[in-house]
Design a binder for this molecule. Structure first.
Ligand code: FEO
Ligand code: CA
Ligand code: CA
Length: 630
């Protein structure tokens, strides 16, 4: 989501050292070499990029667009039937009960799980889709209000529809005659919502800070919210990240005994969705611990519709965006995670035990025990992972950390104590299946002042974002994701390449159509190329969309556009089938720039008379059936 941002600010400078760190110097020198001026020989010249598609020209209108030779089919829209007993979507007669059987709102992260489990089937599988937050002002005909006033205007029934619209949507999908469709009546289909019971596991389960009047055990919680990006595990589960659950709470933190902790997690007395008017547990003045039970990583087993979802406290509590999983060479599971807020951190979890391909039940507990660390990116290109372990360094009882549960619940405060590097809103992360290098997206940070720039966040008033490459020792399957020390470099500084004052650092052959800003979600295709979905280019008057680049070889940093979203939408959750021939993509919040249902900027994708815009999942394929990107 992009609600925590907005506005604009002047740009500043970027040092030559950082330009060189980003690889720009070498690329620019190569392009300016005398050889580049010679007539091209008749024989074929190796292309710079491995990506062969003709990029999409800039376009921003009421519908979506995809590059020539590709198609983007709508697979699942908000309100479509999920469970067998779901009613047909009727925007004029929405209820929480019907919404909890239909596809949720504002689809974000997705993961595709082949069927049967353990296969590489790229034509039949399960899609597990995050649903992040409701847009009340464009969900309900007749609720004429501004987005900012929605929380004051909604009725309890509408607020409950909002709770039912978030969480996860799990459906079975299959590809027939080149087109993807949802398999109706699948026993695997289910919704997980703001009303679903979750188990709480890991070191914080049962801790006093997790206990509420409704749950004196501190081991279970009703609901999830703001399920943004996520990840998937080698044992076939999806990780869903609770990013900004504070937006589902109201009450004034200044009137509580836990003001400092509430404010550090981002709590302000907004009651954005009106829930504190209807539920005491969403009012921090009445139930200050309830918010401690949100903003975790949730693990869901898509292969078992009866399996209870679990909040995994060992992975820490912050503004969770992505959760990229790598299997270390010794079998331990490693999870890379971003905390999407201004000046927040990059985290890593390393499991204590190793993945066992013969014991799925044991794997389902791997994320309950291990070490959470936070990253410090030094100016010399080295990176240290600093463990968030109670009793080490400043993480002591005297400093407010009497036990490990308190460290995990207040992970941001613990990371502050360790002096971790304050990043430009860390969003998604992804691990290259080829090199083992890790890519971390910083979406932007308008609040960074000139005196606050550092090597990894080199631009003040950063409206464009950057992608940072984290480099473990070793390469490919030998990469040591559990090492204490990595190195890092800047892959790209994003922004308009026609404005030199911005200091964007794409490969110089990136065209006016190919540069991007405000990167958010990323995916790696089977060949290890990076696909970037953006959230916030609308601020520059251009569409959000999907871009791709090599990260290795001469095409490193040469970005080109594949897909453009309709008005008001961001692109989220790109995910490839194992064969690389389908990219599932979420088109989130189409028409969100509309003031109300009475003034919709688009009614994508149906364009029905008097219809509503509907966030939807699309399947992008090549018309000739080949691999995405070539
Ligand atoms: Fe929900 Fe950070 O995007
Ligand atoms: Ca975002
Ligand atoms: Ca996001």
């Amino acid at each position: 989501m992009n609600r925590i941002d907005g506005g604009s600010a002047p740009v500043s400078t970027l040092s030559r050292r950082n330009l060189l760190k980003a690889g720009v110097g070498a690329i620019a020198l190569a392009a300016a070499s005398p050889l580049a001026l010679l007539p091209r020989p008749a024989r074929a010249v190796a292309p710079i990029s491995t990506l062969t598609f003709t990029e999409l020209p800039r376009i921003y209108d009421q519908t979506h667009h995809v590059a020539d030779g590709y198609k983007a089919d709508v697979v699942l829209r908000w309100g479509d039937k999920v469970t067998a007993d779901a009613p047909a979507f009727d925007p004029a007669a929405q209820t929480a009960d019907s919404q909890s059987k239909q596809a949720g709102y504002n689809n974000d992260h997705m993961a595709y799980f082949p069927l049967p489990m353990g296969s590489q089937n790229s034509e039949r599988g399960i899609l597990a889709i995050n649903n992040e937050y409701p847009d009340f002002q464009i969900m309900f005909p007749g609720l004429i209000t501004s987005e900012d006033d929605a929380g004051k205007a909604v009725s309890k029934d509408q607020a409950d529809i909002g709770l039912a619209s978030v969480g996860l949507t799990i459906v079975e999908v299959e590809k027939k005659d080149g087109a993807w469709r949802v398999v109706e009546g699948s026993p695997l289909a289910r919704r997980i919502t703001g009303f679903t019971e979750f188990a709480i596991s890991g070191p914080a389960a049962g801790h006093d800070l997790m206990k509420t009047s409704e749950d004196p055990t501190g081991t279970k919680v009703i609901g999830t919210s703001t399920n943004c990006a996520g990840g998937h595990t080698p044992w076939g589960t999806v990780l869903s990240c609770e990013e900004w659950s504070v937006s589902f709470f109201g009450g004034d933190p200044a009137k509580t005994q836990t003001r400092e902790a509430l404010e550090r997690i981002g709590m302000a007395s907004e009651d954005y969705y009106g829930l504190a008017r209807f539920y005491d547990r969403f009012n921090v003045e009445k139930e200050p611990n309830e918010l401690n039970r949100f903003q975790w990583v949730v693990e869901v087993d898509p292969y078992d519709a009866s399996a209870a979802p679990v909040k995994r406290t060992a992975l820490g509590r912050f503004g969770h965006e992505g959760a990229a999983v790598a299997l270390n060479k010794d079998g331990r599971a490693v999870v890379y995670m971003g905390d999407d807020d201004y000046f927040e951190y990059i985290y890593r979890f390393v499991s204590t035990n190793a993945f066992n391909p013969a014991d799925r039940a044991a794997n389902l507990k791997l994320l309950d025990e291990g070490v959470l660390s936070v990253a410090k990116l030094n100016a010399d290109g080295t990176l240290q992972w600093m463990p968030l372990v109670q009793g080490t360094g400043p993480l002591t009882a005297e400093n407010g950390f009497p036990d490990q549960a308190t460290v995990l619940i207040n992970a941001r405060a613990a990371a502050d104590r360790l002096g971790a590097t304050k990043m430009d809103r860390p969003e998604d992360m992804e691990v290259s299946p080829v090199t083992g290098r890790v890519y971390a997206v910083m979406t932007k940070n308008k609040k960074r002042k000139p005196e606050q720039v550092d090597a990894a966040n080199p631009r003040a008033a950063n409206l464009w974002g950057q992608i940072v490459e984290l480099i473990p020792p070793g390469s490919g399957a030998e990469a040591d994701h559990a090492a204490d020390n990595f190195t890092w470099s800047l892959l790209v500084l994003a922004g308009d390449t026609a404005k030199p004052e911005i200091k964007a650092s794409f490969h110089p052959e990136t065209t006016a159509n190919g540069w991007f800003a405000t990167p958010d979600n990323i995916a790696m295709d089977p060949k290890g190329r990076l696909w970037i979905a953006t959230d916030g280019q609308n601020d520059f008057g251009i569409a959000d969309g999907v871009f791709a680049m090599d990260v290795e070889g001469p095409g490193r940093g040469l970005s080109r556009a594949l897909f453009a979203c309709p008005t008001g939408a961001e692109a989220t959750g790109p995910f490839f089938t194992p064969d690389g021939k389908t990219m599932f993509l979420s088109v989130q919040h189409p028409g969100e720039d509309s003031e109300s249902v009475a003034k919709l900027s688009t009614t994508w994708p149906d364009f029905a008379p008097n219809g509503l815009p509907r966030p939807a999942v699309v399947a992008i394929t090549r018309i000739d059936g080949g691999e995405i990107g070539g």
